[in-house]
Design a protein around this ligand. Structure first.
Ligand code: GCO
Ligand code: MG
Length: 407
């Protein structure tokens, strides 16, 4: 399986995607996801200008050696750009190995530990009434766990604090102009609403609905301690990113003072950043993003470390990574003993025409078939790499005094 060609496909189908395509001398092609929201062209440049020439001539079967060569060998390790580039390459290599052996990824990494994987969906409401109605809609689709978010309105100042920043009907966070990307935020009002709204959801739906809320690092440690204390009796499955996820001491304080399980990880790029919080059992769920953590190889290692300390895995699964990465998550979810739950998004039909997926949703669970490798068939004839990419941006949050706020 000697690598003869490494390409990057940067294109837009509903949103931007960056796909790594590796071809071997025997004519096999493997694909990996290297999409990094708002930074796709930088990741592409890293692969095209520096990493692809390290791969040509290597045996694609030696995934660990190639991974180590890029991670350790190139010295400049870590960070979202480097680790996303490496993730795209790593996924493509696993895809190739699966295609060569005729086995799906989950079989290459130990086989299936479960028949189906429980998933949760996002649900948003601009008002409490709308949120309750939208949750009922998700329950009717079979979901047993939801990640809820809401808008907080301040009638006195006529301001609306949106959480998350996204046009939920579009399902995307990113926007097309840097000049329109600022939003206003008030953590005090939000925290009060979080308690009020969570209590109302619990009262409406009873004790069995699985509830997740993503704070997206918007609270300080002190605010989070106060808020989580009041959420304790409401039985959340987990609270996501309650504070800045790089504040490890803060996480330690939080986990010691509150019983709400913490889920964290989408901003980690290497095991160095989360080794201690796992080993100290400060989190309930490890939420690394396969596409930003260097790929399948390190995700498996991190999952094994988590297992040793009784931490469950709940991989990040937003719409801003491609169905290829979602397929990789499902394969790992199917295999590892400490799978917790998986974040699920429903891709638009246009996206699923390009990425034909091996997995299917039914009644709150995902099943994945036996197509070799990651199992995603990519229809390259539908990809227009020349003209479709449009630079996009993540929004910037500002408080009432117009100071930049944690996003
Ligand atoms: C989640 C995340 C996303 C991120 C997004 C940034 O838990 O799904 O917080 O919504 O904001 O991936 O690009
Ligand atoms: Mg999140």
């Amino acid at each position: 399986m000697i690598i003869v060609k490494v390409d990057t496909l940067l294109f837009r189908t509903c949103r931007n995607y960056l796909i790594v395509r590796i071809e071997t001398a025997d004519g096999l092609v493997g694909y990996g996801d290297a999409t990094l929201n708002g930074r796709e062209s930088v990741v592409k440049e890293l692969i095209d200008a520096h990493l692809s020439e390290m791969l040509v001539g290597k045996d694609a079967a030696n995934i660990t050696d190639i991974w180590q060569m890029i991670y350790i060998g190139t010295y400049w390790r870590g960070g979202p750009v480097t680790m996303t580039a490496l993730a795209g390459i790593d996924m493509a290599l696993w895809d190739l190995k699966g295609k060569l052996s005729g086995l799906p990824l989950c079989d290459l990494i130990g086989g299936r530990s479960r028949k189906k994987m429980e998933v949760y969906c996002h649900v948003h409401g601009t008002t409490l009434e709308q949120l309750i109605e939208n949750i009922s809609g998700k329950l009717a689709l079979g979901f047993r766990i939801v990640r809820y978010s809401f808008d907080t309105s301040d009638s006195e100042s006529n301001l609306v604090f949106r959480q998350p920043h996204q046009d939920v009907s579009k399902g995307h966070i990113e926007i097309d102009s840097i000049n329109t990307c600022s939003e206003v935020w008030d953590s005090r009002m939000y925290a009060a609403d979080l308690i009020r709204i969570t209590r109302a959801i619990r009262e409406e739906f009873g004790p069995h609905l699985g509830l997740i809320h993503d704070v997206h690092s918007r609270l300080t440690v002190a605010q989070a301690r106060q808020t989580l204390k009041q959420l304790e009796s409401l039985g959340l499955l987990f609270i996501e990113d309650p504070i800045d996820s790089k504040n490890l001491k803060g996480l330690s304080l939080l986990s010691q003072c509150c019983t709400v399980p913490i889920g964290i990880g989408e901003l980690f790029n290497t095991i160095d950043e989360c080794r201690d919080i796992i080993a100290h059992q400060e989190i309930g769920f490890l939420r690394i993003d396969i596409s930003h953590f260097g790929g399948i190889t390190p995700a498996l290692r991190a999952a094994a470390v988590a297992e040793a300390f009784g931490v469950k895995v709940a991989f990040h699964g937003p719409s801003d990574i491609s169905p290829l990465a979602h397929a990789a998550c499902y394969h790992i979810d199917a295999s590892i003993p400490n799978f917790g739950v998986q974040e699920y998004v429903n891709f638009e039909p246009e996206v699923l025409n390009v990425f034909q997926i091996p997995y299917a949703y039914q009644d709150g669970y995902i099943t994945i078939d036996n197509t070799p490798g990651l199992g995603v068939t990519i229809d390259e004839s539908l990809i227009d790499t020349d003209s479709t990419y449009i630079k996009s941006y993540l929004p910037i949050l500002r408080d009432r005094m117009d100071a930049v706020h944690n996003w």
